[in-house]
Design a protein around this ligand. Structure first.
Ligand code: HEC
Length: 198
């Protein structure tokens, strides 16, 4: 009996250990927001009327030609395989070894970049990415940090857009904490971008 009990405990422990080692920061999970709604919110963020909207630098992602792309060296948002994070995390090789783990790490690097922008990412998140995800600039030719032209939500997003997200969510009957709005803006714009991968 006791033996069985310990076995079960061990299995449970391993199970939760397994789950937690793959789990994505809860700050970026919004299970209460349906995916379609998330993508619609992301579209609002992407095309927001700010002089530093994603669309300004990266172009209109809904068009093959990425119409209106103003900054040549800004990443091609339709093709994640060309992104710096993909290479720095170990690329195809690493992804094939453990796709789920790789995708979680990749998503977390990108969401933190989208929230904070390159300047803060380089200063604060680079260390964590190196230590926890084996992110390494040496895998990316001629690069040592993110280009600080890449502005994050915190810098470029006008308050209006957060208000708009809040309004849409209320209309849809989804309750969220106001403090979560920035994270929702970032996760949703990333969902919108993902929805336009080639
Ligand atoms: C002022 C211009 C500018 C704005 C605004 C901007 N970006 Fe960027 N973005 C860049 C540049 C430049 C890069 C390339 C960074 C690098 O390679 O170091 C980039 C890179 C990226 C990457 C690729 C990261 C990688 O690992 O290669 C993603 C994803 C991204 N941006 C998403 C967004 C989203 C979403 C928004 C809107 C919230 C946004 N960007 C707003 C200029 C911008």
């Amino acid at each position: 009996m006791t033996f069985k009990f310990f076995q079960i405990k061990k299995i449970l422990f391993l199970f939760f250990f397994f789950l937690s080692s793959f789990s994505f920061s809860d700050d970026y999970k919004f299970n209460n927001i349906p995916n379609d709604l998330m993508i619609n919110l992301g579209k609002e963020v992407y095309f927001s009327k700010s002089s530093d909207s994603c669309a300004k630098c990266h172009g209109d992602i809904t068009k093959e030609s990425l119409e209106g792309k103003e900054i040549e060296q800004s990443a091609d948002l339709q093709n994640p395989y060309t992104w710096v994070a993909f290479k720095a995390l170990g690329g195809e090789n690493k992804k094939n070894k453990n796709p789920e783990n790789f995708n979680q790490q990749f998503d977390s690097v990108i969401i933190e970049l989208i929230i904070n922008g390159a300047y803060d990412w380089n200063r604060e998140f680079y260390k964590k990415a190196t230590k926890e995800y084996d992110f390494n600039w040496s895998r990316v030719d001629g690069k040592e940090q993110y280009d600080s032209q890449m502005k994050g939500i915190k810098i470029s997003i006008v308050k209006n857009i957060l208000k708009k997200i809040d309004r849409i969510l209320r209309k849809e009957g989804v309750k969220v904490n106001r403090k979560e709005l920035e994270n929702i803006a970032a996760v949703s714009v990333y969902e919108f971008v993902k929805n336009h991968f080639k």
